[in-house]
Design a protein around this ligand. Structure first.
Ligand SMILES: [Zn+2]
Length: 159
């Protein structure tokens, strides 16, 4: 009985030593070699996602999808967030005025809200006001239907 107890204690302290060593090792590798974790908050989707590095002509988030160029520009307003989407085609980036554009917004409570964007001929972009006020990060999937041709992109806005 006595020997069993003491060997358990020895095992225990060896375990602690190992934990201590592991902890130290992890800390060193964290600061040196571990790459930053991938963005986990994005919903699983095959749609191309905007990268924060790319800034569009209007200061927004950019996704290129085939011949199309999507630029998403969120703007905070008193009643919510004004969402602008520039949908352009080709190297000349000509505005595409006749698409059906919707934005699927993921709310902080996990629910989704789909908004239809209207084309503004003067501003040459699609727009809608997202009425939510709850602060947080909102992933958005924008779907554009251009005469049956489907284009989409993922963006985020914060409010
Ligand atoms: Zn606008």
């Amino acid at each position: 009985m006595k020997t069993l107890k003491s060997s358990l204690i020895i095992l225990g302290s060896v375990g602690l030593l190992f934990l201590g060593a592991c902890g130290k090792g992890d800390q060193t590798s964290d600061t040196n070699t571990t790459p930053p974790p991938p963005a986990a908050s994005q919903p699983a989707s095959s749609a191309p996602a905007a990268t924060s590095a790319a800034k569009g002509a209007n200061g927004g988030q950019v996704v290129n999808s085939g011949a199309y160029y999507l630029e998403f520009v969120p703007e905070k307003e008193a009643t919510g967030t004004h969402l602008d989407l520039y949908l352009q085609k080709g190297d000349k980036k000509e505005p595409v005025p006749d698409a059906k554009v919707t934005a699927q917004v993921q709310l902080p409570n996990g629910k989704q809200q789909t908004l239809a964007l209207k084309y503004d001929p003067e501003g040459k972009h699609y727009a809608v006001v997202f009425p939510g006020k709850e602060p947080g990060q909102y992933p958005v999937k924008v779907n554009a239907d251009i005469n049956g041709e489907k284009v989409d992109g993922r963006f985020t806005f914060t409010q």
